[in-house]
Design a protein around this ligand. Structure first.
Ligand code: ADP
Ligand code: MG
Length: 356
């Protein structure tokens, strides 16, 4: 279980902005990055080579595996079958088990409850009858979500009154779904946690997150929580990665309830948008931390040395780059995406506290 030395190549499945920032982090540590993705001209392709291929293309995946020393991912909807093709050829971190769990909201919540991390009450829903039963058992308001493939609030429909049930079910387009009780949370927080190949864990400070229309608007540290809550959230996150024998960085999203309870909303088996602030506020950011973990290096210290607030640039907001680039103390990140579609994450800006 030795560390991959500088000069080794980290293979990354997916080549969006997270893959791009991982590739830059690998380069900082003297490692090479190589990405694999189906689409043409992805954001990470501007900073590292990309092998273009489908998720089921065994020959293209084998050729990719032959060029890299470890495989990781930046996108949690890589098919589990893709990891199973790669796993006999090259170490894959994190492995298929974490991915399979995080891809299905029912499997995810079931795993989390068993791992001692409570979630909102939920019921699987496949048709009108199971939806009606779920509404009777959980009450309203509630939220119906597709079990698989949702992101940035996509594949979700809120049910406030019984009359919303039929349109919500229709919005699932026949896909298997899950009904969740609506959590009247006081705030949303998240913990980006890392687990090394040696089993060590390191959790960053919880960020406080604001979502708009299901998309992350901003993440700020410190969150408006007591030390006890911070420690509890970090302990739950560490418990989750330990239960999975996980290697790498994971994002754990929580609802902080008015009575103090922490419910896990969902986990992401990858670097996380709510951890981007670590690039300016920690000596070892989440991208370096993930590269360290998957390469078998010691984890870095997650200590935060300043306050920070990260704001996503969504859709045409990145058109404001000239003003943002001139703002003192604002760290601007642009992802190199050509087309600014509504709801698309185009970049982010992080503002940090300054020394007096
Ligand atoms: P995604 O995979 O799109 O990130 P999430 O399940 O995290 O989906 O939902 C996005 C956001 O919608 C959450 O961060 C939260 O603000 C809101 N939300 C989702 N589920 C619930 C719930 N059960 N109760 C209250 N708010 C919710
Ligand atoms: Mg989420």
């Amino acid at each position: 279980m030795s560390a991959l030395p500088p000069g080794s190549t980290v293979g990354i499945l997916g080549a969006g902005q997270l893959g791009r920032m991982l590739a830059v982090a690998a380069a900082r540590l003297g490692l090479r990055a190589r990405l694999y993705a189906p689409e043409a001209d992805p954001p990470a392709g501007h900073v590292a080579p990309v092998d273009r291929g489908g998720w089921g293309d065994a020959a293209a995946l084998a050729a990719f595996a032959a060029q890299v020393d470890v495989v990781t991912l930046e996108f949690e909807n890589v098919p589990v079958a893709t990891l199973e093709i790669l796993a006999p050829l090259v170490p894959v971190r994190p492995g298929p088990r974490a991915l399979a769990m995080a891809q299905d909201r029912v499997a995810e919540k079931t795993f989390l409850s068993e791992a001692g991390a409570p979630t909102v009450a939920f019921r699987p829903v496949d048709d009108a009858a199971s939806l009606e039963r779920a509404i009777t058992e959980l009450g309203l308001p509630a939220i119906l979500k597709t079990r698989r493939l949702g992101y940035d609030g996509k594949g979700q429909a809120r049910i406030a009154a019984p009359g919303d049930a039929a349109p919500a079910l229709a919005a699932m387009n026949g896909a298997p779904a899950v009904l969740e009780a609506m959590a009247p949370f006081a705030r949303e927080i998240s913990v980006v946690v890392a687990r090394g190949l040696d089993g060590a864990t390191a959790a960053y400070d919880p960020a406080e997150n604001v979502h708009e229309a299901g998309i992350l608007r901003r993440s700020a540290v410190p969150a408006g929580i007591y030390d006890e809550t911070r420690a509890r959230a970090q302990a739950i996150a560490a418990q989750i990665v330990a239960a999975l024998d996980y290697v790498g960085v994971m994002g754990v999203e929580f609802f902080h309830m008015p009575d103090g309870a922490l419910l896990v909303n969902e986990v992401a088996p990858r670097v996380h948008n709510t951890g981007h602030w670590t690039m300016e506020a920690c000596a070892v950011d989440q991208f370096s931390q993930h590269v360290r973990a998957v390469c078998g290096w010691p984890l870095g210290d997650p200590l935060r040395h300043c306050d920070a607030a990260m704001e996503n640039l969504i859709g045409d907001e990145a058109a404001d780059w000239a003003r943002l680039s001139a703002e003192p103390g604002a760290a601007l990140h642009l992802y190199g995406k050509a087309e600014a579609r509504p709801g698309r994450k185009m970049g982010h800006v992080t503002r940090t506290s300054r020394m007096a």
